[in-house]
Design a protein around this ligand. Structure first.
Ligand SMILES: [Fe+2]
Length: 334
């Protein structure tokens, strides 16, 4: 048998390891040279832009189109240049009230990533990214108490919440220069393939394919982020949720596109191997998503390797990933 050389270890100190490992200093040392997809200053500028825009629109001003296009163009450039071998550093929520702004940028970046995989050209990527960035703009018309209510929403409150795509569409309609794609993304990002979405209950091919991309990005980012009422899912589990719970909400084609290209072990994920070792993913390979290149961290006994070394699972067939380890280290990169 191909894996006979390794014994599948289940060390008794697994729980302890999983608790301490992601925050461990030794681990941080081993990953500090892995570049991140978005440089912190670029991400900060983008988040600041969204914050200002939301405040402007709330005050009755129009969206600053020039600013929006500039931000999205930079994000498209960054993602196009770096997406293959960098840490997908989406999560950096420190404060709950930052969620909306950061989420907008994450959806924008994830949508751009999927658009690249779909081989869209730069101008289309910019439209898609702009739609991702502004998809929830309509929430500014929803009362703060409803948006941030920690308890279950009442029927009326849910109906109010369901207005936000329409509000977003209306806000973006004031301004013809925004273009139809971002508008439609804002309008349709909660529509579902089976017709069970809102606000209009569109189904199947009636839904703009860019809106479907933004919707998948929206769901994925929401699942992989801590919310006041639940802890985040690991990328691996978020994928499972998308496959099992949302299969009627998206077309099979769009789910396939998402799964084929979003690694279940993105760069920066910590994984456990059949050998009992623990490693961090440092490079994904398009054609072999479950056999990425790893940097080895712990040996089968749970001790640090004295020197960092890399293993490409496409070549090393004795080792394979048995699952993610407790948390994702990219959470600790800020
Ligand atoms: Fe939304």
């Amino acid at each position: 048998m191909a894996h006979a050389g390794f014994f599948v270890a289940a060390p008794p100190k697994v729980d302890l390891l999983e608790e301490k490992l992601p925050k461990d200093k030794g681990t941080q040392e081993l990953i500090k040279d892995i570049p991140v997809l978005l440089k912190p200053e670029i991400k900060k500028d983008a988040i600041d832009y969204v914050k200002t825009t939301v405040n402007d629109v709330r005050a009755g001003k129009l969206v600053d189109k020039e600013g929006a296009r500039k931000v999205v163009r930079t994000l498209v450039e960054e993602v196009m240049n770096n997406y293959q071998h960098t840490l997908l550093n989406l999560i950096d929520i420190r404060h709950h009230d930052e969620y909306t702004f950061s989420h907008s940028i994450n959806v924008c970046v994830l949508a751009i990533l999927m658009g690249i995989k779909k081989r869209l050209e730069k101008p289309e990527l910019e439209e898609l990214g702009l739609g991702g960035m502004l998809h929830d703009l309509g929430k500014i018309r929803i009362k703060h108490e409803i948006l941030n209510k920690p308890d279950r929403l009442t029927k009326e409150e849910i109906d109010t919440m369901k207005q936000h795509p329409t509000y977003g569409y209306e806000l973006l309609c004031y301004d013809q220069e925004i273009g139809s794609i971002p508008r439609e993304i804002a309008y349709q990002h909660h529509e579902q393939y089976d017709g069970g979405g809102y606000p209009r209950g569109l189904r199947g091919g009636e839904i703009h394919q860019y809106a479907t991309i933004a919707a998948l990005a929206d769901v994925y980012d929401a699942l992989t982020t801590d919310r006041p009422y639940r802890k985040r899912f690991l990328p691996h589990d978020a994928m499972r949720v998308i496959i099992t719970d949302t299969d009627s909400k998206f077309s099979q084609d769009s789910i396939r596109l998402f799964l084929e290209h979003m690694s279940i072990y993105p760069v920066g994920s910590m994984v456990r191997l059949n050998s009992g070792e623990v490693a961090v993913v440092i490079k994904s390979h398009e054609k072999a998503l479950i056999r990425p290149t790893l940097r080895m961290i712990l040996n089968p006994r749970g001790d640090y390797y004295p020197e960092a070394h890399e293993v490409d699972l496409r070549r090393d067939k004795k080792r394979f990933i048995i699952g993610p380890v407790g948390d994702d280290i990219f959470l600790e990169r800020y």
